[in-house]
Design a protein around this ligand. Structure first.
Ligand code: ACM
Ligand code: ZN
Length: 632
């Protein structure tokens, strides 16, 4: 018996350590590697069940485009035999690479796609494959990405590119945030004016008129399905709806003329979420939103439909006689109960179409979420998700820390994502790519990769299997460039990340002061830029304007030789900001400008400085992260 246990242990250790050796992201959950290799023939012949034809066509294209391997479909003498095995779970697959060829088993198009992704990753590494048997399945069933299509618009072919890339890492849910204040991207056939007016910007014609037709979206859904990815649409309601009011001012509390606004508009002229709301006391509101939901369900077959619910400006309802009438009639005590009333209506509306609602965590703030509703957690505290779990609600985790990938790599670096361990009770998690400050597909990729690979592994593998140095090595061996993917590869294996919840605000040396009117810093205080530690940083939440400044001043003027500003270089840096110095903190002289890529270093050759200021020269669609200001 002892001998048996010892053998079992050795066997388990071998399986574990060998799985670590495969160049896969995410790593396979179970694998045994044998002596020898299988060399891919010049043309890869493949047999497969007919129902998987569409997926295999994609695989054929991938191999051709990505590694110039030709694939031929054939029923006999095939090197790759793809078999349907109903005994496997829908997301599981098996891969057996032996001396004569490859056998792939799956029960469902999802497992099939994951198996093909593994095979592709092995082939990206070498056409000489290790002999192995691999049995693989994910830890969590929901492994997603949210792309915000409202703040900036992504064409169908750009979304397909995102789908192609997600599928390589076995991600299975693409959540499209189709509407928000800045733009309405979903064609509503019954009300064509909604998408037209909701995507019209009088001041930015080049950005205008961009929305998806239902035909395009249906095609996208099918495309994603063949890649094993389900698209979950979101129409955010009842807040974040200014773009709807361009066509439907009559369903708002305040009426008036409304328009969508592009993020490119000067920050001070942009409208804000809290400037108007749909009127909950108006029956027309429910009619229009009900019609929109019906069309959304018609286009998207997903079991779950996201109806938003975040950041609702309930105070608008306070002064609306129609909303107040509802408030009185329902014996409400708190304006939030009006949102809860709406949440229950949205749940019931989706139920009419046999669908289940996902909502941002505010739907459960006062416990209005019901039975099957799924709460998508975006707040980073444990209480928010625990409140939902205590009520036995399903949750999807996408907390700002570490899942908001619109933030810089300074704030949410790859290692922080990798070391994150979602609670077991979650359906899974997703990365959220809000796009106020992400304007190009190349930046979409840079914000997603490589940290999305870390999330993919977190959601696929058990926590025990994770090992940062090993992952870092696989990540840096992955051929992003060869695949034409823009990935931010500047992080070091040893990089630490800044955990604000454990940090103590630095005390500056006597006589040194810092002052800024850059606001919305939420604890990322300016002192962190002067503490000698580039891992800690100052950060704001919105774009920075020319009337803002970051100032350092001394009780006693200093002779300085150099000022160097180190920003987050992945995204949130000063671009062409000015550095101004002063001998008396009254008259300032410009001594330097940062370049387009945030590099900012000014030689002062011992000039006397009482104070210096950094001032942006224009509004750039970006937050700002100052990691460190080095002063010599
Ligand atoms: C959110 O970030 N308001 C969901
Ligand atoms: Zn109202």
């Amino acid at each position: 018996m002892k001998r048996f246990l010892l053998l079992l242990l050795i066997n388990l250790l071998t399986v574990y350590s060998q799985a670590q050796q495969l160049p896969l992201i995410p790593q396979a959950s179970q694998c045994t590697i044998y002596e020898g290799t299988y060399n891919l023939p010049a043309v890869l012949t493949v047999s497969f069940p007919e129902e998987w034809q569409a997926t295999l066509e994609m695989f054929k294209q991938d191999l051709k485009n990505r590694m110039d391997i030709s694939v031929v479909f054939s029923s006999k003498n095939n090197a790759l035999k793809i078999q349907k095995d109903a005994s496997l779970a829908s997301e599981a697959y098996e891969l057996d690479i032996h001396k004569k060829g490859i056998i792939l088993k799956a029960s469902h198009v999802c497992g099939l796609n994951y198996a093909l992704a593994s095979l592709q990753q092995l082939l990206l590494n070498s056409k000489s494959l290790p002999l192995l048997t691999l049995k693989d399945s994910p830890r969590f069933s929901y492994r997603g990405v949210m792309v915000d299509c409202s703040r900036h618009f992504w064409s169908i072919s750009e979304l397909k590119q995102t789908i192609d890339e997600m599928s390589l890492f076995k991600l299975n849910r693409l959540h499209l945030h189709l509407t928000d204040n800045q733009g309405w991207r979903f064609e509503v056939k019954k009300y064509p004016e909604i998408a037209k007016k909701g995507s019209y910007y009088w001041d930015f014609p080049a950005l205008s008129g961009k929305y998806y037709t239902q035909k395009q979206l249906k095609e996208l859904v099918a495309y994603a399905q063949n890649r094993g990815i389900e698209i979950i649409p979101e129409i955010d309601m009842p807040g974040h709806m200014l773009s709807l009011f361009a066509a439907f001012p009559e369903i708002t509390c305040l009426g008036g003329e409304y328009e969508a606004f592009p993020q490119e508009r000067d920050g001070k002229l942009r409208k804000r979420t809290w400037q108007n709301m749909v009127c909950l006391g108006n029956p027309k509101t429910y009619e229009v939103l009900g019609d929109i939901i019906a069309e959304l369900c018609d286009v998207f077959p997903s079991r779950y439909i996201h109806l938003g619910g975040d950041e609702v400006a309930t105070m608008i309802w306070k002064d609306c006689p129609h909303c107040q009438e509802l408030f009185e009639r329902e014996h409400m005590h708190d304006l939030g109960e009006l949102q809860d009333y709406f949440t229950r209506w949205a749940h019931a509306e989706l139920a009419k179409h046999g669908r289940i609602m996902i909502g941002w965590d505010e739907i459960n703030e006062r416990k209005a979420a019901q039975d099957q509703d799924v709460v998508m957690i975006w707040h980073s505290d444990e209480e928010t998700y625990q409140k939902a779990l205590d009520r036995n609600l399903n949750i999807i985790l996408s907390p700002g820390d570490p899942c908001y990938f619109d933030y810089s790599y300074a704030k949410n670096p790859t290692r922080k994502v990798y070391e994150w361990n979602p609670v077991n009770q979650a359906m899974g998690a997703q990365a959220n790519l809000w796009t106020e400050y992400v304007c190009t597909q190349s930046d979409v990729e840079k914000m997603l990769y490589p940290r999305l690979c870390a999330l993919a592994e977190v959601l696929w593998n058990s926590p025990e299997q994770k090992h940062w140095p090993d992952f870092y090595q696989r990540l840096h061996a992955f051929p992003f460039q060869q695949l034409g993917m823009n990935a931010w590869m500047e992080e070091k294996e040893s990089d630490e990340w800044f955990d604000l919840s454990k940090a103590v605000k630095p005390v500056l040396p006597a006589g040194v002061h810092v002052e800024t009117n850059i606001y919305n810093v939420k604890g990322y205080e300016p002192e962190y830029a002067l503490d000698g530690n580039p891992a800690t940083f100052f950060q704001n939440g919105w774009d920075t304007n020319p009337d803002e400044y970051f100032k350092v001043w001394y009780d006693v003027p200093q002779r300085l030789s150099k000022i160097k500003v180190i920003c987050d270089l992945s995204k949130d840096y000063f671009q062409r900001a000015k550095l101004l110095i002063s001998e008396d903190d009254s008259l300032y002289t410009e001594v330097g400008t940062s370049d387009d890529f945030g590099h900012f270093e000014v030689q002062l050759d011992g000039r006397q400085v009482k104070a210096f200021k950094i001032v942006p020269t224009f509004v750039r669609l970006s937050r700002l992260v100052i990691r460190e200001i080095e002063i010599e």
